[in-house]
Design a binder for this molecule. Structure first.
Ligand SMILES: Cc1cc2nc3c(=O)[nH]c(=O)nc-3n(C[C@H](O)[C@H](O)[C@H](O)COP(=O)(O)O)c2cc1C
Length: 273
């Protein structure tokens, strides 16, 4: 089973991704980066494209308008960075993103997503999408994500098993994945995967990759643990992380977040629930 590190805003910068890669993550992602800000050459968004070493990294983009994504495709080669792949965010639950038709509001906009994927594919990298199960319980019930799975030509569909109104304190719904696999598409489950028995379950139903988010914030060596080795002590992880955060370098907010949550229990951390 291959294990992917989830895009994590305020956490998954180059130093954190590298720590996870050293401890068993097979592929990592940047946090969500707004395409319209990249096209406008907004400095803080450009900083998020921090691919500074050989850690395999995909770039997650928040795109809504085909025209803006087209402009990004035009400027991307001049940025001189080499991601492993691109990912489109169809899961952001933030109201200001949804009101513009982006994030989780895109799940039911099959034609628009197909158009965005086709535009991004012009860059000749694999393109995945990361989706929630719709905007709300009604959309999840109606399975609005199925037309997307069937009609969009993405290389992988990372499916976070919640709709956009659900908090992380509600369990992710893993019962959706078997039907998703029947579409013949490349399905990557995400949500609440923390234990070796979870990996066994996904192997049994025919999954080849899963994505891990919060469990990696609590312990970046969770990847090697899920692959059968022991977790690394928090002291050693801190000693490894601090020089990485200096070398690449991490913004203060990222360093604070990583060090604050290392070793915490999932349910004791309001930020992650
Ligand atoms: C602090 C934090 C930041 C996140 N940032 C992003 C993001 O930038 N893009 C994204 O698609 N999802 C983001 N997510 C959602 C995660 O990628 C993941 O889908 C979610 O946490 C469920 O997986 P988990 O149970 O393994 O954590 C974020 C989650 C957390 C807790």
């Amino acid at each position: 089973m291959k294990l992917w590190l989830a895009p994590l805003e305020g956490v998954s910068d180059c130093a954190f991704r590298t720590l996870c890669y050293r401890h068993g993550a097979d592929l990592t992602f940047t946090e969500m980066i707004r395409v319209d800000s990249l096209v406008k050459k907004n400095t803080s968004s450009l900083h998020l494209l921090d691919l500074k070493n050989t850690t395999p990294t995909g770039i997650q983009l928040l795109a809504v308008k085909p025209q803006t994504l087209q402009e990004f495709v035009h400027v991307f080669p001049s940025l001189g960075i080499e991601p492993v792949c691109f990912n489109l965010n169809l899961g952001c639950p933030s109201p200001d993103v949804i009101v513009q038709g982006g994030g989780a509001a895109l799940v039911k906009r099959t034609k628009r997503v197909a158009e965005l994927v086709d535009i991004l594919k012009k860059l000749d990298y694999p393109v995945s999408v990361k989706l929630r199960l719709g905007l709300n319980a009604y959309e999840k019930e109606k399975k609005v994500y199925f037309p997307l799975l069937k009609e969009v030509d993405a290389d992988a569909f990372i499916i976070h098993g919640r709709h956009a109104r659900q908090k992380s304190s509600e369990a992710a719904d893993w019962t959706v994945y078997e039907a998703c696999l029947e579409t013949g598409k490349h399905i990557v489950p995400n949500g609440d995967i923390t234990e070796r028995k979870d990996i066994e379950y996904f192997k049994k139903i025919g999954i080849k990759e899963v994505m891990i988010g919060r469990a990696a914030i609590l312990n970046p060596s969770v990847f090697q643990y899920l692959k059968g080795k022991e977790k690394v002590s928090l002291d050693i992880l801190k000693k490894e992380y601090i020089p990485l955060a200096e070398k690449y370098p991490s913004a203060a907010k990222y360093k604070e977040n990583v060090l604050a949550y290392l070793g915490k229990e999932m349910h004791s951390t309001k930020w992650l629930m």
